[in-house]
Design a protein around this ligand. Sequence first.
Ligand code: ZN
Length: 454
Amino acid sequence: MSDLYIVNGSVIDGTGAAPRAESVLVENGRIVALGQAADATAAARQPLRRLDAAGATVMPGLIDGHTHVSFDEPNSNDELFFHRRHALAAIVAARNAKRILQSGVTGIMDADSIFELGIDLRDAIEAGIVDGPRISSGAYALWTSVGGTAGRLIPDHGVMGYGKVVAGRDQIVSEVRRQIKAGADWIKVHVTGLVPRHPLRGEVKSWSLDELKCVCDTAHELGIPVLGHVRGGDSIRDCVAAGMDLILHATLMDETALEAVVGSRTPIMPVFTFQANLADFGGTVGADPMVMEMFRREIADSATMLRRAYDAGVPLLCGSESGFSITPYGEWHYRELEVFVRDLGLSPLQAIQCATQANAFALRMSGQVGELLPGRLADLIVVAGDPSKDVAVLGDRTRLKHVFVAGREVDLTPDLPRGDPPGWRVSTYGARLDQAVARGLSAARRPATPEHEP
Ligand SMILES: [Zn+2]
């Protein structure tokens, strides 16, 4: 592992502190000194690789707390559930992991995956077999037979796509233990789901408090944390009462749910990027204007409560939902920071802290990564410009100059564009062809959104 001395850069350390002009010294994969201490030590340790970061910012690599590295950008659950193959999915996921890393993301949490391949991908990356970010991986998401957000595509028993249906205490206990034996870093529960006859109610709680407690107690006994996909006040309250460790989404929080998360300080990861992308750019991919408006409203309606939680000391974590056609790999990992600034009113430095220091929690590596401080692992990026003024700098690939994982430099040369394996995408004849469309009297409308938000 080559040692590294970065000079003339502006350092953002991930703790929320203002940028400062400092050198950074890396030895054996770790940050060993900053500023004058780095300069003094480096002077005594020639030769070293010296990297001039003039005009650039040196900061912790981004951590994306919510990706789906195994999904390969489907635009429907149909495609994801029925058009994927085990071995091919793993090979494709390895390519996508590299794309994520090459965009400056040095760590991801991948909470559920098809074929549970996130676990194997994590192990392959840790063994140096393929290139990718650090991964903390879940296995199958747990559903009750009500299901999650994929409605009737979810069976009454067994596995479908990225999830597994469990019924009753015995199945919950044995499945949680099986996942932990298989190597899961997290257990994920789909706490809320859609009831087909009540679409206007949105997602409703599909687990009892006792069932949620059973998941959490079983996992915690084995030292593994639990996260939940959760929308709505009653489900947030139950998750807190059950001892859940991380709450995804947490939209539609009411006053008592806010009180509960403030009391427990349970971290929240809103994951707005998918909704924000559709709300802001859906028109360019043929999304339904009604869906775009719905997502815009979900962000606006949730922003105040999430901001209040943050102000009361609840950690907010950044996750992008990368892995769908609306959120392709390597493109939008920075976008959640932009939403945090624009819609939650965080400062850019606060948003960066959420995506670095705070997000180390999602990686289960708090105090080891996500901070540019002596003793931390040298997961670093060097970006031209100043993300403390505008976080969009972090999404501009032309500005990303260097990426390091534990001090090892990542090759940023993009792969050649490649096509899709046969049968991989849901093939269609095209949009609905009625006579008016055929005669050019009305525009064809092709739904470009998944059936439901993830
Ligand atoms: Zn997701």
